[in-house]
Design a binder for this molecule. Structure first.
Ligand code: NAP
Length: 264
């Protein structure tokens, strides 16, 4: 049974796979309503059903986060009947340099549309309901790449740094509305996103481990969640160095992507 202090209604984007699916399952329990978003109806329904099996009430919506009008209409109708307590903006895509090729400008536009614009498309209509209620919690899934841009995935790093700047600005703006904004900076997670990664994946977590860390932090009301701590502290130490020294020290972390994914 959901703890009365914990969120009764949770919205998660990118819930059909990877971290989003693990978060949906971590939050699924009797007394809680989940709204799950993704594009692939079969994978989404499989996760939705597994959450219903755990006792949650689930609505699954096949919506692309770049479709702002569809997302806004769905969120407003849902929030009117089931006020949203927690939103986890998780949907995201990743590419990086291939073995011989760089990320292209269109790769960067594609990632920006989902990783940055997609988050704003979700958060804006959610806030229309939360602000008058003077309560609510928004979590944005970024990446450690927002804290230390990756030489081998510059566009991805830029979209994540951008979305975290957006979230950090919202944290302060929403203080009078008593809305909490949590910035989440994960390191590597064993999902489809890292399938083509050729290089080291230090301290990689399973999606279930990552979801448990995030849920624990959100339950505790943290506004900054970053893991694994080893990489966070390495990044913090590295940021005190000249970038050339940092580049030399970090050379074992360089990578490329085999068959980097492309947008539509
Ligand atoms: N894996 C890592 O190492 C890692 C590290 C740091 C941060 N992250 C971040 O964690 C989040 C989850 O990533 P993941 O590793 O779980 O990736 P994943 O396994 O590829 O899952 C991505 C999810 O996003 C959904 N999605 C993609 N484009 C979408 C769109 N336009 N509209 C709606 N849903 C969309 C996908 O579902 P559909 O295809 O069904 O739409 C899927 O459910 C992302 O923001 C990612 O950047 C991941």
């Amino acid at each position: 049974m959901a703890n009365p202090k914990s969120p009764k209604t949770v919205v998660i984007t990118g819930a059909s796979a990877g971290l989003g699916a693990a978060l949906a399952q971590a939050y699924a329990e009797p007394g809680r309503t989940l709204a799950l978003f993704a594009r692939d109806p079969v994978r989404l329904e499989t996760i939705a059903q597994s959450c219903r099996d755990r006792g949650a009430t689930v609505e699954a919506a096949r919506i692309d986060v770049t479709d702002a009008p569809a997302l806004a209409a769905w969120i407003k109708a849902f929030d009117a009947k089931t006020p949203i307590d927690l939103v986890i903006a998780n949907a995201g895509v990743y590419t990086g340099h291939g073995p011989q090729t760089m990320e292209t400008a269109s790769d960067i536009v594609w990632m920006s549309r989902i990783n940055l614009e997609g988050v704003a498309n979700l958060v804006q209509p959610v806030l229309e309901g939360m602000r008058p209620r003077k309560r609510g919690h928004i979590a944005i899934i970024g990446s450690l790449a927002a804290l230390q841009p990756l030489a081998d995935a510059p566009g991805y790093s830029a979209t994540k740094a951008g979305v975290m700047a957006y979230g950090e600005a919202l944290q302060e703006y929403l203080i009078p509305d008593k809305i909490t904004v949590t910035l989440v900076y994960p390191g590597h997670i064993q999902t489809a996103q890292v399938a083509g990664h050729v290089g080291a994946l230090p301290h990689i977590k399973t999606p279930e481990e990552a979801a448990a860390i995030i849920k624990r932090g959100l339950d505790a009301g943290k506004t900054f969640i970053a893991f694994p701590w080893q990489l966070l502290w390495l990044i913090r130490a590295g940021r005190t160095l000249h970038w050339r020294v940092r580049a030399l020290a970090g050379k074992d972390f360089r990578f490329h992507i085999q068959n980097p994914p492309k947008g539509p």
